[in-house]
Design a protein around this ligand. Sequence first.
Ligand SMILES: [Zn+2]
Length: 219
Amino acid sequence: MKLLLPLLMLALLSPCSSFGEEAYWKEHGIDIAGLSTEQLAAVEETVNAIGALKVKDVAIPKGIYYRLSSFRRLYGFDFDGEKLKGWLLGRVKSIAPQNGWTIAVNNNQGHFYIGDRFFTKSGFLERAYCLIHEARHSDGDGYPHIRCPGNCKYVSAGSPDIDLTEVPACDGGKDGAYAFQAAFLFELYARNMVDPEAAGLIYNSSMSRIIRLEGKTVK
Ligand SMILES: [Zn+2]
């Protein structure tokens, strides 16, 4: 049901006036090109749902939470839906469609390219962490990815065709895009929000993309 909800909401957002959709993005100074009204509505819905997240109390043992939570260190504020929405929108300059091996790309300091899979296969959780991941690429030098190690034992669950050893799909540091998406997912997991079990599993998967740096284990 939780996964069906975003799809239902998407279905309800029928091809209404594109004026309303465009006004939303204009208000945030974001240029839109090439996306359908339905696709724009799906992105807007995801961004608004992030802003509407009601933070709950930590529901896992405090020791585990404090050992693994990195949201405040990375984002500079405590987990909060509205602040996270502002953090995200402040890092988007434009959105356009583009299909590649990733669900979305931000390859030029705020210029987001979103693939079909974002709309066809993803629920709120995947869309949300994906946008957050891309937003981190707007900071600094873009925090570019590095190639995963040749002995990488992990798979891309969402993209089975991809061999992680052949594409830049890992991070060499603890403050890149995977760290930011993981920190977001960890809060959902720890606070029993949205779909905590899925959030926990994708958190684990996200952490597997943050690899050793110069012989040291990244913590
Ligand atoms: Zn990335």
